[in-house]
Design a protein around this ligand. Structure first.
Ligand code: HPA
Length: 247
């Protein structure tokens, strides 16, 4: 059985280090997931990979079928999910290239299919979401980064925005006032759906840019790509260490 899954965000559409991989399409009660699930081994551990935005990056953050993605992984027998995601840095020390393991979330998204507890309920169900990420998995990510001698921010509040546009400078000022340290578009409802399904879920984020109004001038898409590529190489090293430590 495969215990662990990695959901790849912008810039991460497959795992180069995966061996003996095969892909299969899964159907779910919520419609199709973003892509086929690719299963294989990394460092001797069985891993499932799913590209959140599709293999060719065609699904924008507000159109990702988060329910189908998480349901498909759970159905596959996965218990642990690592989300790899791109963010903008709001805190001054979280500029481009920084790697962050967030510990809190503020949700600003709207109109997304955000719960599995919607109909055919035997009773109304509320999940505890005080700590939105799985603390054991967060620790494992933080330890793996230390093993790989890669500096990361071990705590941060993730502000989840609707996208697909980037924010205005005033919106970032508001997020900062609210206590957000980083901003991204895919953190919710992914994290709460994972909790509804009883999955151990944590995120490792790469800062691709200074958030709107925090750098000099407009946010350049080419620069985002460059910083993402560099950050994702480091995230990959951290994931290798984490998988090695699980053996
Ligand atoms: N805002 C929201 N999402 C993002 C950003 C940003 O600045 N950068 C990468 N993903």
């Amino acid at each position: 059985m495969t215990d662990i899954a990695i959901i790849g965000g912008s810039g991460l559409y497959h795992l180069e280090t995966m061996e003996n991989s095969h892909s299969d399409t899964v159907s779910t009660p919520y419609g199709p997931p973003s892509d086929a699930l690719t299963s294989g081994s990394i460092q001797g551990e069985q891993v499932v990979f799913l590209a959140r935005h599709g293999a060719a990056h065609t699904i924008p953050p507000h159109r990702v079928n988060y329910r189908a993605n998480l349901w498909a992984l759970k159905h596959r027998g996965v218990r642990t999910v690592i989300s790899v995601c791109a963010v903008g840095g709001i805190r001054t020390d979280l500029g481009p290239g920084s790697i962050i393991v967030p510990d809190q979330i503020i949700d600003y998204t709207w109109g997304r299919e955000h719960t599995l507890y919607e109909q055919d309920l035997s009773e109304v169900t509320h999940i505890d979401f005080t700590d939105p990420y799985c603390s054991e998995l967060r620790k494992a990510l933080i330890n793996a980064a230390a093993d790989a001698a890669i500096g990361i921010a071990p705590t941060a509040t993730y502000g989840a925005t609707q996208g697909p546009r980037l924010e205005t400078a005033a919106e970032i000022t508001r997020l900062e006032r609210d206590g957000c340290d980083i901003v991204g578009m895919t953190g919710m409802p992914e994290a709460s759906l994972a909790r509804e399904l009883g999955l151990c879920y944590a995120a490792i984020a790469v800062s691709a840019n200074d958030a709107a109004g925090r750098g000099d001038g407009p946010i350049e898409m080419d620069a985002i790509k460059t910083h993402l590529d560099t950050g994702l190489r480091r995230v990959n090293q951290i994931l290798q260490r984490l998988l090695l430590a699980r053996r």
